[in-house]
Design a protein around this ligand. Structure first.
Ligand SMILES: [Zn+2]
Length: 416
């Protein structure tokens, strides 16, 4: 199985918007832009919501059959490790091996020495096509990188071989992710991480590093856009170089996690992809469910009441809801509107506070971030929430499709 040049991770908390998500990809295809849809959901999301990997598979299959989509599509076991991969084996054909927890745990000295010996030729001054400086690499540097990352990549190898034994080689896509770490990886680190991935025999088609800056859930990028652009460009150059040099799949590409809504870096990303003729996988971090809330609010009546109820409950349980996401949200609690204030809002007021339109003065990033992590509330509402999604399906679908197409696909893949 081979992942195509452009692919898009469409996470969906409640598994109800597959058709509306796919509609955005079909819209792009009609204009000549081919994007492979990948339904991704992590074990963490399944646990909080009470869904199973089979639910994600069902959503994807139903969406694809309803739209008569005949191109490839995938179901991604997102951020899995050896302890939870088994539940995903049957329903997934894309596996994101998460080894972030193992980064920084020192590898065996003999493994480090073997690694240095094997990749000795990169020590010194290294020129990589597309990078307009030479990389000066010392043995100490390689030793430090191996010390920090080798054990993690060996763990990825174990997970890969476990999946391979169950599904057979070539029957699934492999991604290696290191985005949930404290420190961003430099392009030089990426080079040696890819060398280690190749040494482990992992046919990775995508790699998700941690980039410089903050990728908070559901809101724009926070950081130095110039610095990000340079790093992204060098990462793309390294990935292209490494795929040839280390005999990794020739479609190897970067995967950007928490990629939804990072509007200020889409332009440099799009420019770099064009410049290098490179591919991209971009995972959205479950913002589709915020479009469900926007749709419910816009519907008015019961829909608006339900949306307000979700917010009021989110405020009252803020500590509990934010805890699992502490590292990837920045909520200024003092600036959150009081539930009593929100209670007075009409359809438009609620929808425009939540919708990610930074040029709208009603847009409220604190409100949006809190609701982003509050999906446990509608999960607990259970059937009542799902019934509302059915009742207001049309207006919700419109918002889901428009968000993916207008605010994500267009600037990333079409506007350049
Ligand atoms: Zn991630």
């Amino acid at each position: 199985m081979k992942l195509e040049k452009y692919s898009f991770g469409i996470g969906d908390r409640f598994g109800r918007q597959g058709k509306a998500q796919l509609a955005a990809i079909i819209k792009a295809k009609k204009l000549g832009i081919n994007i492979t849809p990948v339904w991704n959901k992590s074990n963490r999301e399944h646990t909080i919501i009470g869904t199973t990997p089979q639910d994600t598979r069902r959503e994807a299959d139903e969406a694809v059959s309803a739209a008569s989509w005949t191109d490839p599509y995938f179901v991604d076991a997102d951020h899995i490790g050896l302890n939870n991969v088994d539940a995903f084996i049957e329903s997934s054909n894309f596996f994101t091996l998460d080894v972030a927890d193992f980064i920084g745990h020192p590898a065996q000295e003999s493994d480090i020495q073997t690694f240095i010996e094997k990749h000795k030729k990169f020590i010194g001054s290294l020129a990589i096509p597309g990078i307009n400086r030479t990389l000066d690499i010392t043995e100490q540097q390689v030793q430090a990188i191996a010390g920090k990352c080798l054990l993690a990549i060996k763990e990825a190898g174990k997970i890969y071989r476990h999946i391979e034994a169950a599904k057979g080689a070539g029957n699934f896509i492999t991604e290696v992710s290191m985005d949930e770490t404290d420190e961003p990886q430099t392009p030089v680190e990426m080079l040696f991480i890819l060398a280690a991935i190749s040494d482990e025999g992992i046919p990775a088609q995508t790699i998700a590093p941690k980039f410089t800056g903050r990728f908070n859930k559901g809101v724009d990028y926070v950081g130095d856009v110039e610095k990000f652009s340079k790093e992204f460009e060098e990462d793309v150059a390294v990935v292209t170089f490494a795929s040839k040099e280390f005999n990794l799949p020739d479609n190897l590409k970067l995967s950007v996690h928490s990629g939804s809504d990072k509007f200020s870096i889409y332009e440099p990303i799009a420019r770099t992809l064009k410049q290098f003729d490179a591919g991209l996988h971009l995972k959205t971090a479950g913002t589709t469910w915020l479009e469900e809330l926007i749709g419910l609010a816009m519907a008015g009546g019961d829909g608006l009441v339900l949306a307000k109820e979700v917010y009021a409950k989110a405020v009252s349980r803020i500590d509990e809801l934010c805890a699992p996401y502490a590292a990837v949200i920045d909520i200024d609690r003092a600036s959150l509107p009081a539930p009593e204030t929100v209670d007075q809002w009409d359809e438009e007021a609620f929808a425009s506070a939540l919708r990610h339109n930074q040029s709208c003065e009603r847009y409220d990033l604190n409100f949006r971030q809190l609701l982003h992590v509050a999906y446990k509330i509608p999960a607990e509402m259970g059937q009542r929430y799902l019934d509302a999604l059915n009742q207001y399906e049309d207006i919700i679908a419109q918002n889901v499709t428009e968000n993916i197409y207008e605010r994500h696909i267009k600037p990333l893949f079409m506007d350049i």
